[in-house]
Design a protein around this ligand. Structure first.
Ligand code: GLN
Length: 271
């Protein structure tokens, strides 16, 4: 009997280990280095943190350097620092939730997060579901091609090509306007990787992110001619006027004191 129990126990242990290993293997994100960040990717039910009064929950997609990316176990970057300064001015502590970019607006609507700060471009479409604060940075969409590509030189010559984008972004939107063959990736990094492997012809993505991704990949180059001009703002659930006003006041202070520029300069070196 005792021996039998021992066998069952050993079997259970082995099964647990196999499941744990399988879980690790399929995990899409770094696991050991996420102490300060909760990833909601793949999780069904996150607690409703926006109800805790002293925390400001920021939904983001930490695959977007230099605005949000992992450094060790922490999500850092321009948006994180701006959001932290905003939270501080409201007497709150910032908590970052990392998720897929196209989950950010749903997270605001379901009140799992208070703010979406993710290099998010203000668009009329998005304004139909969320409110935006004042803008805090100007950006553009640019084209990345293979370093030796002489055929694609700008917006006109990318028409009809196989274009890689990050799912649900403005790059996705613009690419869909100029070609029927859009390859959508969860991470901009994956699109650039596919480009350097010759699987796609070009990537359309935000300018600073393009530069950051291209800096790590000698096989690709960023074209000078911008595809669009756009502006980033923080998104909040509709009709949350008080929160928008609080954030706008904080953003104004950050702009006037030069702190916002200081944060940007810390991550983006002027050309
Ligand atoms: N600025 C782009 C957008 O709003 C991309 C943002 C992102 O991928 N984090 O769609």
């Amino acid at each position: 009997m005792k021996k039998h129990l021992k066998t069952i126990f050993a079997f259970a242990m082995a099964a647990t280990m196999i499941f744990a290993a399988a879980g690790c293997g399929s995990s899409p994100e770094p696991t050991s280095d996420e102490q300060n960040v909760q990833s909601t990717e793949g999780e069904e039910e996150a607690e409703a943190p926006s109800e805790s009064g002293d925390t400001l929950i920021m939904a983001t997609n930490a695959e977007f350097p230099p605005y949000e990316f992992y450094e060790g176990g922490d999500v850092v970057g321009i948006d994180v620092e701006i959001a932290r300064a905003v939270a501080e001015s409201m007497g709150k502590e910032l908590h970052v939730e990392d998720m897929a970019f196209d989950s950010i607006i749903p997270a605001l609507l379901s009140e799992k997060a208070d703010i979406g700060a993710a290099g998010m471009t203000v668009t009329e479409d998005r304004k139909a579901s969320v409110d935006f604060t004042d803008t805090y940075v100007k950006a553009s969409q640019v084209i990345i091609v293979k370093a030796d590509n002489t055929e694609i030189t700008g917006a006109d010559s990318v028409e009809g090509k196989v274009i890689g984008v990050q799912l649900g972004t403005t790059g996705d939107l613009y690419a869909s306007d100029v070609t029927d063959t859009v390859e959508r990736y969860n991470k901009g990094f994956e699109a650039v990787q596919a480009l350097s492997q010759g699987k796609i012809d070009a990537v359309i993505i935000d300018d600073q992110v393009a530069k950051a991704l291209a800096a790590d990949n000698a096989d690709v180059k960023v074209l000078d001619e911008p595809f669009t001009e756009e502006e980033y703002a923080i998104a909040v659930k509709k009709d949350n006027t008080e929160l928008v006003e609080q954030i706008n006041t904080a953003l104004k202070e950050l702009k006037e004191s030069g702190k916002l520029q200081e944060i940007v300069d810390k991550y983006i070196t002027a050309e």
